[in-house]
Design a protein around this ligand. Structure first.
Ligand code: GDP
Length: 435
């Protein structure tokens, strides 16, 4: 997915513009499982092209002076983005910070679009000429609060989007990423998994970004790619200095993955921060495996594993479909299970169910648990069909979508899960009014 980054000094209106471009999407995503997403990264769309939008202004380095922060944000934009939108403000004119950032962006060779915000009226739009002095070409007058001029900026950005070659790998190659807080053992896991297998082409460099993927093949002949191995392993300056940035990096890796290994450190148990990033993988419809690492370091009694498993289930209720694997990157115990599990989840995420079978399952379900009623009206289900895979998505044609309450949708989901092997994959059920 092409990536657009917004940079600019504080108070030029970056978040307003971010929200304008992203529209309603963020809040919709947040609703479903109470998982809050950072407002620095979101999916957006313009003229039918999907892209990712980053507000680098949300990535701050505490205790650093402003000019250092702004430089870091520019650096992150250069690393992550295909197109950069630099935002300035006509109210304040060209500032010292603008003059600092512009040449850094220019020298990167990345396409930069200069947007001059707060140009709310024609008079102000005439004042933008001084912005030519930044050397970034034509300034685009915009108004975030009035929603003016953003279309022109996005039209311009679109011109620089890479060709639609979303998938650099062929369809049978399984892309996975490994996420989790610092020190849970992500890089140890990746190294250990790769160490057991045959690395075919190591370290495929991403064309536009710093992402580095690792391609390997199992002895059974299955191709895998570890997405953004660099983001996991590189302990560079920017990576360590800001947690938000490592989260951002993880979100981007998730977007490119089929399956996500969500790693928990057995020694530390479950933390709030895990829930946020794992929740994103869930919302994004990715296959998920919960990996409990450092299991070697735990004193074990008869029920230790069972108890830990219960804690994980309790902590990640919305991931009840995800298998849990206990491993040790150190001793390599049960590590060989991971590629098998990843492959299984990948297959499940691509499962297609025939409509006739699906409708039998739904009819049986309705027979055992009648559809709900609301204000005297009963939900009627006419027909169910699977509209897509990855994740499996089902449209249910009904008399009134409002009547399909969350609990009944959950009930149907569970029946699907009892009947078919959807282990490790989210599934989506979308009610639609029959015409
Ligand atoms: P990352 O920040 O998530 O990539 O974590 P690292 O892979 O750098 O590991 C952090 C620390 O945990 C290192 O000191 C590792 O040696 C240690 N570690 C990783 N995996 C295991 C494991 O399975 N068992 C034990 N005991 N230590 C581990």
């Amino acid at each position: 997915k092409p990536t657009v980054a917004i940079v600019g000094r504080p108070n030029v209106g970056k978040s307003t513009i971010f929200n304008r471009i992203v529209g309603e999407r963020i809040s919709i995503v947040e609703d479903t499982s109470g998982v809050t997403r950072d407002r620095i990264y979101a999916d957006a769309e313009w003229l039918g092209r999907d892209f990712a939008l980053i507000d680098t202004g949300g990535i701050t380095l505490e205790d650093e002076p402003l000019n250092v922060q702004i430089r870091q944000q520019a650096q992150i934009a250069i690393e992550e983005a295909d197109v950069i939108i630099m935002i300035t403000s006509v109210k304040e004119g060209v500032t010292y910070e603008d003059q600092q950032v512009a040449p850094i962006l220019f020298k990167s060779g990345k396409p930069v679009i200069l947007a001059v915000n707060k140009a709310d009226n024609p008079e102000l739009r005439n004042d933008i000429f001084e912005f030519y002095s930044l050397g970034l070409g034509d300034p685009f007058p915009i108004s975030g609060s009035h929603g003016l001029g953003l279309g022109d900026v996005l039209d311009e950005a679109l011109k620089y989007f890479p060709e639609d070659s979303e998938d650099e790998y062929d369809d049978s190659t399984i892309k996975f990423s490994v996420i989790g807080r610092p020190n849970v053992g992500k890089s140890s896991l990746v190294n250990a998994i790769i160490g057991e297998e045959r690395v075919i082409v190591s370290n495929i460099a991403g064309t536009t970004r710093e992402a580095v993927d690792t391609h390997f093949q199992t002895k059974a002949g299955r191709d895998f790619v570890v997405i953004d191995t660099a983001g996991m392993r590189k302990k560079g300056k920017v990576y360590e200095s800001t947690e938000k940035y490592s989260v951002l990096r993880a979100l981007r890796a998730i977007d490119r993955s089929d399956v996500v290994l969500c790693v928990i450190n057995a020694e530390e148990g479950i933390r709030e921060q895990d829930k946020r990033v794992f929740g994103y993988a869930h919302e994004a419809g990715k296959g998920i495996i919960l990996v409990v690492n450092k299991w070697d370091a735990i004193e074990k009694e008869t029920n230790t594993m069972k108890e830990f498993e219960l804690d994980v289930r309790e902590g990640f209720q919305y991931l009840s479909y995800a298998p849990i694997v206990f491993v040790s990157a150190l001793t390599k115990k049960r590590l060989h299970l991971l590629p098998e599990r990843i492959e299984e989840v990948f297959m499940n995420r691509h499962l297609r169910i025939q409509s006739s079978i699906l409708n039998d399952v739904v009819m049986d379900a309705v027979a055992t648990n009648p559809t709900p009623t609301d204000k005297g009206r009963r939900l009627k289900i006419f027909y169910t069909t699977q509209v897509s895979v990855s994740p499996p998505t089902f449209v249910i044609f009904v008399n009134d979508p409002e009547l399909l309450h969350f609990s009944y949708a959950r009930f149907l989901e569970n029946r699907f899960r009892d009947t078919f092997n959807f282990s490790g994959t989210p599934i989506r059920i979308i009610p639609r009014k029959r015409k």
